[in-house]
Design a binder for this molecule. Structure first.
Ligand code: GTP
Ligand code: MG
Length: 300
């Protein structure tokens, strides 16, 4: 710990990031901390766990908590678990970032807003503002949404282009309590490398396999070993049916090869060393419908 952290006005606290699926919560957290600890994709329901992203500056430690998009469509055991993760995070935060997409506000957004406790400072973050051509139209939209709750601030941002993220961070800091840092100053997450490895493989499945692959696929790390600098990772992609297995493997294994290569490169970047990665695809049906199965795969 450096001396500056002993300063009396050092602040540290938890910042929940919530919103309906696909509004850019994980992209926002990664950009705020400057590292990719939470996976992202253009498909809804990418994030399935509570994931912490930590950033330490001279005068504050920001502990962001990325959450799954709140599910309102299907109600299986997985979705109930995901939603419980969101509600539990909300009650344990110093500040809440309520994220919506510029120009869009619907029932699913309102349902998340209804969950937010009245006594926690909440910032309305209007993401994907880069997509709005008519910038003047953003004002009335922001005012309409802002009227739905007593927000402490309204900040239009583009997580993708890093637009307004510094302003957002200064606003967040004003709501953090005066506390010494909880994590080390170089920590970027409280999740293990094994957990992050599984998430990286899952991201590549989401990205490389078309929309036809149901969201009920998951990844299990069967072995994670470190020898010096080298990490050896043995992963299994679990799918529901043989036809899904064929989709993941692709023609002559081409798709699985792409998944493996991209996952390995991301792991090497994040872990800062070489990675040996082997991936199998296994059929295991029904895991997302059953609470015991979910616990076995690390869902809280
Ligand atoms: N144009 C634009 N796209 C963005 C922005 N932020 C995120 N996206 C895209 O939106 C999609 C969803 O991003 P995620 O960060 O995975 O969204 P999420 O809210 O975490 O999604 P879930 O975890 O499924 O709830 C991805 O394709 C991102 O690249 C932004 O500021 N501008
Ligand atoms: Mg996400």
């Amino acid at each position: 710990m450096t001396e500056s952290h002993a300063q009396p006005d050092f602040r540290c606290g938890y910042i929940a990031i919530v919103g309906r699926p696909n509004v850019g919560k994980s992209t926002l957290m990664n950009q705020l901390i400057g590292a990719k600890v939470s996976i992202t994709s253009r498909k809804a329901q990418t994030t399935r766990h509570r994931i912490t992203g930590i950033q330490t500056t001279d005068d504050a430690q920001f502990v962001y908590v990325d959450t799954p998009g709140f599910q309102t469509r299907h109600s299986n055991a997985l979705n109930k678990t995901l939603n419980r993760t969101v509600t539990n995070t909300l009650t344990a935060s110093d500040v809440i970032l309520y994220v919506i997409e510029a120009g869009t506000f619907g029932q699913a957004d309102q349902q998340v807003l209804d969950l937010i406790p009245a006594d926690v400072p909440c910032i309305l973050v209007i993401n994907k503002s880069d997509r709005i051509k008519d910038k003047a139209g953003l004002m009335p939209f922001a005012q309409q949404v802002a009227a739905r709750r007593d927000f402490t601030a309204v900040v239009p941002v583009s997580a993708k282009l890093r637009f307004q993220l510094d302003n957002l961070q200064s606003e967040i800091r004003t709501h953090l309590p005066e506390n010494p840092p909880v994590f080390g100053e170089d920590d970027i997450t409280d999740r293990s490398e094994k957990f992050l490895a599984a998430e990286i493989v899952r991201e590549k499945v989401f990205r490389f396999v078309g929309d036809e692959l149901p969201y009920t696929s998951t990844v299990l790390i069967e072995q994670f070993q470190q020898e010096g600098d080298l990490r050896r990772v043995f992963a299994a992609i679990l799918v529901e049916r043989d036809t899904h297995k064929a989709m993941v493997i692709g023609n002559k294994g081409a798709r699985l090869k792409d998944i493996s290569t991209q996952a390995r490169l991301d792991m090497e970047r994040l872990f800062g060393g070489p990675v040996y990665l082997e991936i199998w695809v296994k059929v295991k049906s029904g895991w997302a419908d059953n609470e015991a199965g979910l616990r076995a795969y690390g869902y809280e």
